[in-house]
Design a protein around this ligand. Structure first.
Ligand SMILES: Nc1nc2c(c(=O)[nH]1)N[C@H]1C(S)=C(S)[C@@H](COP(=O)(O)OP(=O)(O)OC[C@H]3O[C@@H](n4cnc5c(=O)[nH]c(N)nc54)[C@H](O)[C@@H]3O)O[C@H]1N2
Ligand SMILES: Nc1nc2c(c(=O)[nH]1)N[C@H]1C(S)=C(S)[C@@H](COP(=O)(O)OP(=O)(O)OC[C@H]3O[C@@H](n4cnc5c(=O)[nH]c(N)nc54)[C@H](O)[C@@H]3O)O[C@H]1N2
Ligand SMILES: [Mo]
Length: 839
């Protein structure tokens, strides 16, 4: 773990150079919305002056990071890398030397830039262009496309924004635009969209996210913070102290590949160290995950969606075998007594014994009891993933994980307790000391801006204007939305029940999409703007979400392709037409924005006594910054301060303690989320009525070789596609019953939709459960028909679109009942990655 150890940088190392910054040609900084020749970055990447020599001696870590430079340094959700460019084309990539777990997704960057299905020009749907807003909405996804000039396209969109703001107000424009876009603190498409909309009258936005919709709301009530996005007990501390690691619905070796910022990939080194040490790991997952295999973990496979019952069986065992810690519960929690009554059946007449739990989750009662004993008798770290909360009543599993951890009494101790972000963006990677790059801001929302809707309720909002719904103790009234603007997200991938969303879109007059590619969301728009990839512009991004370890320059590698423009320039163009251009750009060009962000970050670093090179030198060096990690941070323990002194360091809950019973929630009086954590059968599962017709339970995990829908249009697909479709993992028993063989083309279906998938028959999944990863692009065989067969295997054609509960209104993307059969129909060509007619 010495790799990121602290060093002795002094704040004045660079003082001498501040006075004489390198003079760089401004040309190098020019961003091109106009076609630009390939930048002369390859030659003379590093200024070989005496000054640079001096710097290399003064701050070895800055330059030593990068000795062998081959290409142009840039970065993505999959890591920082050098892009090799020849004759204006990106041809290959190389991960930075510093990356402890380089990600094979990086190799896809050239394919992203030069993809066949890039949107080349601004395009407008024919009916909309000819007849105006709202024309033939049923033709979306099936109309012709007409190429228009940039000026024309910008005029059309600006006119709609103006008209709607005047006639219907800001609530008529949904510009929340949820999505994973690309990294980069300046070219942040979603923030830029919101910046424009805030300047021009406001917009309807959203609350929450698709990742942790249920957990982030319940955790705020239970431990006083969202918890899912908090720094975790540092890895060196876990490796040293944890005797048992329980991965609960957690597949870190896959989900750590990509991060919200540029990943530091430190988490994988943590898991690797656990493996080397031989720490006992148990994986609780209907699927024998890659992580479980990598770690030689014991695999316990509950039936899908039954984790709450399983956890109650464990809690009951802890209580009745007196393995729980009453002192901890008394000092650090409130409401255990009420939970105890429920556990013992005093509330509802049903004792939540291990046998009771076993009948629901399908894990033997003896195994549940043994698990409870093992957790109590060892220093145990429970690592909870998020798939278990992307479900109906998804608030309960995380609440119960915290409850069980409280009963074990190890929260705040070295290597003990729970952590809900070890699988995400390298939670537990020790926090460095330096500065943070703050991105461009969305600005202030004007007064009277509409109340945001829960993000995953968008389709219902479109179809039910005026409807009132519960949301975390308040009421939200859906406004009448006329226009949706998407920049950096893919609703036709992210949202549940795609066919329903497609119907809901028919209520819209206008759909605008900024996209590099012809995704299903772009195909279902009225106006599309072709957008650059992040490799076609200059930017800055932090590396390591929790560690804040790096600052990466993202140098432009190639000129904008075809007529693509940066989101920034598209919104600046709209801002001009809406009379807010100067406020939008603040009179700064790309490089001036980046310099400003860098300088602010540098000042913070200086305050923390960490010296950094001046911007010009940083930028021209083709190098990145790696901040020192203070030794103390490598042993940081989550909740240690609370444990040390709960009065001085209370949690942000009403009681200041962990709330096993929440008075606040109880008072909301929701039938689908009580004041204490409990088992409530989900809307659909293997014991619900629907299972008679649709016996299989769906698992829709995040794909190893994709980021959601991103990179589905690259050759990586050859690694995972079966019969040229998204794969479906089926247990041999389930396959045999239906005469399905490995490699067969399969139709998966329920009342909401049907998709074509390729069979992967494997004992790595519990029988009764099938896995289809999220992210395959939607490709209806007959776009004019409702619920047409998706030829590529978009799993959200099968999921249902209801809120997790009245409390959080999170999405339920990780569940659905379905049936499968060997596909016998006509041969259907997969056209998910084709460009539409006329484009
Ligand atoms: N059934 C089911 N559904 C799920 C999930 C699940 O587990 N199961 N997971 C959910 C989760 S956790 C999430 S976070 C969501 C993810 O949903 P999204 O964030 O919508 O998924 P992405 O595929 O990352 O979509 C990002 C889009 O932005 C585009 N893009 C990239 N860079 C830029 C740029 O610079 N500018 C512009 N304008 N566009 C750009 C990409 O091409 C892509 O189309 O999906 C959710 N949906
Ligand atoms: N490679 C890659 N990495 C990613 C992403 C990506 O798309 N690709 N997306 C990123 C994003 S936005 C997010 S939000 C995170 C997602 O992080 P998570 O939500 O944790 O990831 P998932 O793959 O949805 O689910 C994790 C595990 O939960 C299991 N699981 C599902 N249902 C159940 C259940 O009912 N019970 C139990 N016990 N286990 C269950 C799945 O089988 C899977 O192994 O990953 C991030 N990292
Ligand atoms: Mo997510």
């Amino acid at each position: 773990m010495s790799k990121y150890d602290s060093d002795d940088r002094t704040v004045d190392t660079f003082a001498a150079f501040e006075q004489q910054p390198l003079k760089l040609s401004r040309r190098r900084f020019l961003l091109g919305t106009s076609a630009m020749a390939a930048l002369p970055l390859l030659s003379g990447l590093w200024p070989k002056s005496a000054l640079a020599e001096a710097i290399s001696q003064a701050l070895p870590q800055f330059i030593a990071l990068r000795q062998a430079q081959k290409g142009i340094l840039t970065a993505a959700h999959w890591g920082a890398f050098e892009a090799i460019v020849q004759d204006g084309k990106m041809v290959s990539t190389q991960a930075i030397q510093d990356d402890p777990y380089p990600n094979d997704l990086i190799a896809m960057a050239p394919h992203q830039v030069h993809a066949k299905n890039r949107i080349k020009y601004p395009m407008v749907r024919k009916s909309w262009l000819e007849k105006g807003p709202g024309a033939n909405p049923e033709l979306r996804g099936n109309d012709e496309w007409v190429r228009v000039s940039w000026d024309k396209a910008l005029d059309l969109v600006a006119a709609q924004i103006t008209r709607l703001q005047t006639e219907h107000g800001p609530q008529s424009i949904y510009a929340g635009s949820y999505g994973w876009k690309s990294v980069g603190m300046l070219h942040n498409s979603r923030t830029l969209l919101q910046r424009l909309m805030n300047l021009s009258g406001g917009f309807l936005g959203y609350a929450g996210d698709y990742s942790t919709g249920a957990a982030q709301v319940i955790m705020t009530h239970v431990v006083g913070s969202m918890e899912v996005y908090e720094q975790q007990t540092a890895w060196p501390n876990v490796i040293e102290n944890s005797q048992l690691v329980v991965m609960w619905g957690c597949n870190p070796m896959i989900t750590l590949k990509n991060s919200w910022n540029v990943p530091d990939h430190y988490g994988q080194t943590g898991f690797e160290a656990l493996k080397k040490k031989g720490t006992r790991v148990i994986s609780i997952d209907p699927v024998h995950s890659d992580s479980a295999k990598f770690l030689n973990a014991e695999w316990i496979a509950p039936h899908a969606y039954t984790d709450s019952a399983m956890l109650l069986g464990i809690a009951h065992t802890l209580l009745t075998e007196k393995l729980h810690k009453p002192d901890f519960l008394k000092t650090y929690t409130v409401g255990f007594d009420k939970f105890e009554e429920y556990l013992l059946g005093k509330t509802d007449g049903e004792e939540k014994t291990a046998e009771w739990a076993a009948a629901i989750c399908g894990v033997k009662a003896d195994d549940l009891r043994q698990l409870a004993r093992d957790m109590a008798n060892n220093r145990t770290m429970i690592m909870g993933g998020w798939g278990i909360q992307r479900q109906h009543h998804g608030e309960q599993p995380h609440w119960l994980l915290v409850t069980v951890a409280s009963m074990l009494g190890q929260i705040g101790l070295p290597g003990g307790g729970f952590g809900f972000s070890y699988h995400y963006s390298s939670g537990g990677s020790p926090t460095a000391k330096g500065g943070i790059v703050a991105g461009i801001s969305a600005g202030n929302a004007p007064k009277n801006s509409p109340t945001p809707i829960p993000v995953a309720r968008i389709a219902e909002c479109l179809t039910s204007p005026g409807k009132t719904v519960d949301f975390n103790g308040s009421k939200v009234i859906y406004p009448d939305v006329k226009m949706v603007y998407v920049a950096g997200g893919n609703p036709f991938h992210q949202h549940q029940d795609t066919n329903n969303l497609r119907q809901a879109y028919q209520h819209l007059e206008t759909v605008v999409v900024n996209e590099p590619y012809w995704t299903a969301s772009a195909k279902h728009a009225d106006i599309v703007f072709p957008i650059t990839t992040s490799y076609e512009r200059n930017d800055l991004e932090m590396g390591g979400d929790y560690s804040q370890l790096y600052v990466f320059p993202m140098h432009q590698c190639v000129p904008p392709q075809n007529e693509a423009r940066n989101d920034f320039d598209v919104f600046a163009g709209l801002a001009e037409r809406l009379g807010v251009h100067d406020a939008f750009t603040e009179g700064k060009d790309e490089i001036q924005w980046l310099k400003g962000m860098y300088d602010d970050m540098k000042q913070q670093a200086r305050d923390a006594k960490v010296a950094l090179p001046p911007f010009d030198m940083f930028w021209s060096s083709n190098n990145y910054v790696r901040f020192p990690v203070p030794e103390a941070n490598t042993q940081w323990i989550r909740f240690a301060d609370f444990r040390d002194n709960p009065l001085l360091n209370p949690l942000g809950t009403p009681s200041g303690k962990i709330e096993i019973f929440s008075e606040t929630i109880a008072k909301m009086n929701y039938s689908d989320c009580r004041g204490y954590p409990s088992w409530m059968p989900p809307h659909e599962w293997n014991q619900a009525e629907v299972a008679a017709k649709y016996p299989l339970s769906l698992n829709t995990a995040h794909a190893a070789n994709r980021l959601h829908s991103q990179l589905d249009n690259t050759p990586l697909r050859d690694k995972y596609a079966v019969a040229d479709r998204e794969a479906i993992m089926i247990h041999p028993l389930d396959a045999e019953k239906r005469g399905i063989k490995d490699g067969d083309l399969v139709r998966a279906f329920n009342d909401r939709g049907q998709i074509l998938v390729g069979a992967l028959v494997s004992e790595d999944i519990r029988d009764g459960v099938v896995r289809i990863s999220e992210g395959a692009w939607f490709d209806p065989a007959e776009p004019s028909e409702e619920k047409s067969l998706c030829k590529n295997g978009n799993v959200n054609c099968l999921t249902f679109d209801i809120g997790s509960s009245s409390l959080a209104q999170g999405n339920c993307g990780q569940m659905a009942q379905l049936e499968i059969e060997k596909y016998q129909g006509p041969v259907l060509k997969n056209t998910a990655h084709d460009v539409p007619a006329g484009a």
